[in-house]
Design a protein around this ligand. Structure first.
Ligand SMILES: [Zn+2]
Length: 340
């Protein structure tokens, strides 16, 4: 089911909630958005249950994907235009609604599940508040309904803070006057589930999540391949997923191949050098003329220099090891020329 950001005189009056189920065994988080009755239907296996969101992801994703709203965009483009719309005359309302609609719709479509939920609730809260004729009360009702939602995006510090499961975010000054309650829900049915439910404020969900991660003694680690954060059973883990594991294996094989190539090159090179030295010694033994000896030593030096250039070509894969071997063999004829 898709939520539509339209002004309507018949907004849904049921409570849309966000449900969070954490599975330590499967290392998964499951997030559903909708009314409780529909969430229960889905959890009991009904595919036709009407939900705005139903997603299972690696455990910890909700915390690692979090982005702080530094520019306070939620306030400026999401909640305030609608608050103003409830105060102003009906000619100015469409423009204000448009600003909020564009912002919230984008968060709904492209944002995280928490953002998606906040977008739905804010728009729905606005439509519901518009219904009574009492305008000042409408604005108050709206604010009371949605005020807690933006708290998380506005006041939470950096994502890294969410991942330090022992830090106490709740000590932030922004929360001095606010208590947090969390609704734990155990829907009837089989199997039984524990769901942490968010409605007024999303902060308790995050706190609940953090405490669980700490309780389960899991650690946030940064993947050495893709750089993403992920939850691991110990700090020894450095790779986030099967995909990254394969990437790492490919890279290791490449490095191994490169090393093997380099070793093979060195072997060929050493053999040929030895051949040169043997011939030079032999030439000395049979008493080759001095000027010929000098030429031979010079040719050896030249060979070593050219061999180095050939090595670079092997390294950058401009020539194959086979071609390099051929080149080396060809040097033999120069060598043999001295002793004929
Ligand atoms: Zn990775």
């Amino acid at each position: 089911m898709e939520f539509t950001f339209e002004r309507t005189d018949t907004p849904a009056l049921e409570r849309y909630e966000i449900a969070l189920l954490l599975d330590r065994k499967k290392m998964k988080e499951h997030i559903l958005i909708g009314t409780r009755s529909e969430i229960r239907r889905r959890l009991n296996g009904d595919k036709d249950a009407e939900l705005f969101h139903d997603e299972e992801r690696p455990l910890g994703t909700l915390l690692t994907e979090f982005e702080q709203d530094k520019e306070k965009a939620w306030n400026q483009y999401g909640t305030m235009p609608l608050w103003n719309a409830l105060h102003t005359n009906r000619f100015e309302q469409p423009a204000l609604e448009k600003t909020a609609r564009e912002f919230l719709e984008a968060r709904y479509k492209f944002g995280t599940p928490l953002e998606k939920y906040a977008a739905i609730r804010i728009w729905n809260g606005y439509c519901r508040a518009r219904l009574p004729a009492d305008r000042p009360k409408a604005a108050d009702d709206y604010m009371a309904d949605i005020s807690g939602l933006k708290t998380l995006f506005l006041y939470t510090e950096k994502r890294e803070v969410l991942m330090k499961t022992k830090s106490r975010m709740i000590e932030s000054k922004a929360f001095v006057k606010e208590d947090f309650g969390l609704d734990l829900w155990y829907p009837t049915g089989n199997p039984d589930f524990e769901c942490a439910m968010g409605y007024h404020n999303l902060f308790p969900l995050v706190l609940y999540y953090q405490r669980r991660v700490a309780e389960w003694q899991l650690f946030f680690q940064k993947c050495s391949v893709c750089g993403k954060y992920f939850l691991a059973p110990s700090q020894r883990y450095s790779i986030c997923s099967e995909v990254c594991r394969k990437m790492q294996a490919k890279k290791s094989k490449q490095e191994f191949d490169d090393r093997a190539r380099s070793n093979q090159y060195d072997m060929i090179y050493k053999n040929v050098c030895q051949r040169w030295r043997n011939r030079i010694n032999k030439a000395k033994r049979i008493g080759l003329a001095e000027d010929r000896m000098e030429e031979m030593n010079k040719a050896f030096l030249q060979f070593k220099q050219s061999a180095l250039e050939q090595k670079k070509k092997v390294g950058s894969r401009k020539i194959t090891l086979m071609e390099f071997q051929d080149w080396m063999d060809a040097q033999d004829s120069i060598l043999n020329g001295f002793l004929e």
